[in-house]
Design a binder for this molecule. Sequence first.
Ligand SMILES: Cc1cc2nc3c(=O)[nH]c(=O)nc-3n(C[C@H](O)[C@H](O)[C@H](O)COP(=O)(O)OP(=O)(O)OC[C@H]3O[C@@H](n4cnc5c(N)ncnc54)[C@H](O)[C@@H]3O)c2cc1C
Length: 435
Amino acid sequence: MSSKETTRMHSQLPKQVDVAIIGGGIIGISTAWALAKAGKHVAVFEKGVLAGEQSSRNWGWIRCIGRDPAEIPLSLRANQLWRDIQQQVDVGYRQLGLAYLGESAQDKEDLQQWLDTVQAYATPARLLEGTDIEQVLREPSTRPWTSAAYSAQDGVAEPHMATAGIAQLVRELGGEIFEHCAVRGLRLQQGQLTGVVTEHGEVACSKVVLAGGAWSRMMCRNHGVFLPQLKVHGSALRTTPLTTQLQLPINGKDFTCRPRSDGGYTVSKLAASVADVTPDSIRLLRWFFPAWMAQKQYLKIRFGRRFFTELFTPSRFALDTATPFERVRTLDPGPNLTSVQEALRKLQHAFPVFAKAEIAQAWGGMMDVTPDALPVISEVAAIPGFFIGTGFSGHGFGIGPAAGELLAQMVQGHRPDIDPKAFSLQRFQRGQSPQ
Ligand SMILES: Cc1cc2nc3c(=O)[nH]c(=O)nc-3n(C[C@H](O)[C@H](O)[C@H](O)COP(=O)(O)OP(=O)(O)OC[C@H]3O[C@@H](n4cnc5c(N)ncnc54)[C@H](O)[C@@H]3O)c2cc1C
């Protein structure tokens, strides 16, 4: 789908909408879909192209396995919504099942411990052992997999198709989508939210959803809203098409892989993530230090050019002239090739059938993370009508449609089907640091 054919012209900017959405990733577009289904006049503003950032760069996993219990209701609801979406438009959704594999007694204990924490939610997840694992994998392996947390209801969608597909549903319902149209900020009059200021003009509205991914903190900071959020760099590669019996996503600790609908595999590993030291990581040190310690086997901390790039990026700016949002249309960090090549080697060792796999492409993406790795899905108390859906911490694609539905219910003042308390912005407000 070419963006030229589908994007509204900037000269057609509406004067007024019910809800303005900042960001055309999976969260912004899913929110727009839920609001458009409810009959709301909605406009999405994307500074670059739809899903240009995280939403097209992820692994494509849709999983309940391994999630924080607080996110399980969203992941169960998302499964229903993905099925519904796939019936209307091809987003590559397939319910293939998904497994986290273990080798040692400690791995089994960890997997069982996670299963125990989500027991109350009636998930389809269960522990597999012995030949049950072989039956699920179907491909001979050299590794002694002795345990697996498995869910038959988990699956995949194709990131390069998903947001564009849901956007098509939004347009069919009358929703408007503007690409290359950055929102510079909120228009506030005597403390009241009255609209958004875009680079092509103002649009009046009393409700705004910020789904700006890695840019959300910058938008919040400019309006005096404290959002502790940092960027973490992730990488992945895809192989050329390959015939194997392995037909579900697996996490083997030192590699991950999932079958793609083009016949290849997306390959990476949990430990492919790098957190650059930036001025924000120093400002937010006390919020993120415990998370960095807990994640240290998966996360590399690096000091480099990004420190200076961010140091010289203004954090406060006026809305009547070009803002940082217009200067970087798409965050496009290169991949950490060493790390993903290593993951492919581990996969080839574990499953010899992958010996013939060749790298077709490798890429990087910037994940937006919060201190507790849970998203913010919340109204901002200080600015009534301003809602945030961000901070999905490397796992927002799979739950995206459900997070969008939850945001839409909150925006309309409906009682949400899923309790949003764990995702409240308020959890970060106590004893907050300087911004
Ligand atoms: C390598 C990698 C692997 C991942 N794997 C998975 C996975 O397997 N499963 C999973 O569930 N999740 C995964 N994730 C995480 C997932 O991709 C994200 O959580 C999700 O895509 C976030 O969606 P979003 O819409 O919030 O953000 P984004 O997709 O980043 O979209 C935000 C958009 O807002 C736009 N924007 C920002 N500011 C403005 C502004 N002022 N005006 C206009 N537009 C603006 C940006 O240009 C951007 O397009 C992965 C992420 C990465 C990087």
